[in-house]
Write a protein that binds this ligand. Structure first.
Ligand code: TYD
Length: 208
């Protein structure tokens, strides 16, 4: 067996540009011949995608919402993320546990200690090697979203909700500066991609 793959996650408020960066990274890894899996949360497995459908559309109270997010995550880790990393593939994941702290914690107001318990239970020691946080003013993100699609249950939340989500993301990035790579989501996507690739360079070199 060769080296374990790297686990990269992409976070930010809806409309911050995380998916654009995830796409760009996928292209860059393909060009470099790095085997990877691209996936997302909630989702990434058949059961997870069904849960995603419920989470994005059906009204539910916040603890139920958190439990379903973590249920989908458990399936995802066991069926997709861990096997890929063990085979030496990189995993590019559009959202992971930081989103639960930001949305269910910051946004909905759930106690972080409860989320810690769920995270411990569901993922144990598994942590992303790098988390790209696309940080942008929620006002700008909202304007971008309005141009491209109809709002789902989260996207329909008021601006204040997204201000709390952003603040929770920023606090997590501040607490774990080595794991987080914060990018300014208002800058040009190409510039930002180049910066992320620079950050990944040592890991890419190590594969040569
Ligand atoms: P998102 O990746 O933004 O989907 P899309 O770009 O296709 O709209 O994710 C869907 C929503 O799920 C998003 O609004 C944030 C929310 N979410 C949580 O609230 N908690 C979580 O733990 C995760 C993973 C996502």
């Amino acid at each position: 067996m060769g080296m374990r793959g790297k686990f990269l996650t992409f976070e930010g408020v809806d409309g911050a540009g995380k998916t654009t960066q995830c796409d760009a990274l996928a292209q860059a890894l393909t060009a470099r011949g790095v085997p990877f899996v691209r996936t997302r949360e909630p989702g990434g497995t058949p059961l997870g995608e069904e849960l995603r459908g419920l989470l994005l559309q059906r009204a539910m109270e916040p603890i139920t919402e958190a439990l379903l997010m973590f249920a989908a995550r458990r399936e995802h880790i066991v069926a997709v993320i861990e096997p890929a990393l063990a085979q030496g593939r990189w995993v590019l994941c559009d959202r992971f546990t930081d989103a639960s702290y930001a949305y269910q914690g910051g946004g909905r107001g759930l106690d972080a200690a409860r989320l810690d318990t769920l995270a411990q239970w569901v993922q144990g020691a598994l942590q992303p090697d790098l988390t790209v946080l696309a940080d942008v003013a929620p006002e700008l993100a909202q304007a971008r979203r309005a141009r491209v699609r109809e709002a789902d249950r989260f996207e329909a939340e008021a601006l204040e909700f997204f201000l709390r989500v952003r603040a929770a993301y920023q606090a997590r990035a501040h607490a774990e500066p080595d794991r987080f790579f914060v990018i300014d989501g208002a800058r040009s996507p190409e510039e930002v991609t180049a910066e992320i690739l620079q950050r990944l360079d040592p890991w890419l070199e190590a594969r040569q």
